[in-house]
Design a protein around this ligand. Structure first.
Ligand code: SF4
Ligand code: SF4
Length: 344
């Protein structure tokens, strides 16, 4: 059922929803951007519709609500440990279509990878209801249409932000009582149909080509350009890697807490192992790993979609102006070159 409500009416609905839900949405933090006089847009709890930043793309994705950059897993003493507590409320999260697709990828990694369920992710994921933010134009670094993530029907409510009013498509009956007596409308969300940026993901025809691609000189370019800062993966809608650290509270080393923190395959030392072994020693090696993971390995493993949802946040965040879209194009050229060489 479609509705049209003023911001004032929406804020009353938000207030009523907050008995049961935490409401999360992209929010602008003025002056907190990485350069002087720039803002940062990231997910935060909101109380009113005016707090939602819907005009610009958020710098960081919706995944941060479910898997924050850092979180406590459990607290320990000499002889016991206590699990950290999750929020007692349900989570109502405003997301764009690409973030909804990204959440499905996260579910695969956290909940069905090798038969293992991550209980910390699961306990948050079970609470989620989605409000899809209509996205009809995208930005210059988006390539969601190429990745098939520009549309989604998987939402409880969809919303369009107008001048002082919201148009909503309410599909989930749990939310219908909040809209009783409100103006009805025939609203249905529209979607981006064309991005400025397009990416054609190449097929890797066989293992021989894949092996040659891994050793192709194209990756050497990144030894100079990529500074291995990891900013691209922290901002990525679909990256899930983390590391754990024990924080010791005082001189008694048996009392403290275990935290998990986002990790990056782009940072030197990520693949270090006991005995001093390391698999990916150069920035080029690490770039190859990331790009193949997003545009080949994940799909090969789960047999459905590529992992990248085309949100373009990694392109926006990279201080070295490295574009994953351009890298995929270079990879396609390298594959063509390898296949042509094989067919000679
Ligand atoms: S690789 Fe880049 S474009 Fe793809 S999902 Fe991650 S941040 Fe978005
Ligand atoms: S690609 Fe860019 S953002 Fe990612 S690690 Fe390299 S320099 Fe940092």
């Amino acid at each position: 059922m479609g509705y049209k409500v003023s911001f004032e009416e929406a804020n009353k609905i938000f207030a009523a929803l907050q008995d049961e839900y935490e409401i999360w949405a992209p929010k602008r933090f003025v002056g907190k951007g990485r350069y002087s006089d720039t803002d940062m847009i990231k997910y935060d709890k909101i109380n009113t519709v005016e707090e939602i930043e819907y005009m610009d793309k958020s710098d960081f994705p919706a995944k941060e609500v479910l898997s924050p950059i850092t979180e406590s897993l459990f607290y320990f003493t000499e002889d016991e440990y206590i699990e950290s507590k999750a929020t007692g409320k349900k989570l109502l999260i405003f997301m764009r279509p690409c973030d909804i697709h990204a959440q499905h990828h996260q579910e695969k990694i956290y909940l069905s990878n090798g038969g293992f369920e991550d209980m910390y992710y699961k306990r948050m994921n079970e609470k989620v209801k989605i409000v899809m933010m209509e996205c009809t134009t995208g930005w210059d670094t988006c390539f969601c249409v190429s990745m098939g993530t520009n549309k989604s029907e998987d939402y409880s409510m969809a919303v369009r932000f107008g001048e002082g009013e919201l148009s909503l498509d309410v599909k989930d009956g749990a939310f219908a009582p909040y809209f009783e007596g409100k103006n009805e409308s025939g609203f249905k969300p529209e979607y981006v149909e064309k991005n400025q940026l397009t990416v054609e993901v190449p097929e890797i025809p066989n293992k021989e080509v894949l092996t040659k691609l891994k050793n192709h000189p194209m990756w050497n370019e990144y030894n100079k350009r990529c500074i291995s800062c990891g900013a691209c993966t922290v901002a990525c809608s679909t990256c899930t890697c983390f590391t754990t650290t024990d924080i010791i509270y005082n001189e008694n080393a048996n009392v403290g807490e275990r935290k998990r923190t986002t990790a990056s395959c782009q940072v030197k030392g990520f693949s270090d192992m006991a005995g001093g072994m390391s698999f990916r020693n150069t920035a080029g090696d690490r770039m190859r790993f990331k790009v193949l993971h997003k545009f080949h390995d994940y799909k090969e493993r789960f047999q459905d979609y590529h992992m990248c949802v085309g949100c373009g946040r990694c392109i926006d965040r990279c201080p070295e102006y490295i574009s994953i879209a351009a890298t995929v194009k270079k990879m396609a050229n390298a594959i063509d070159e390898i296949v042509a060489e094989e067919n000679k």
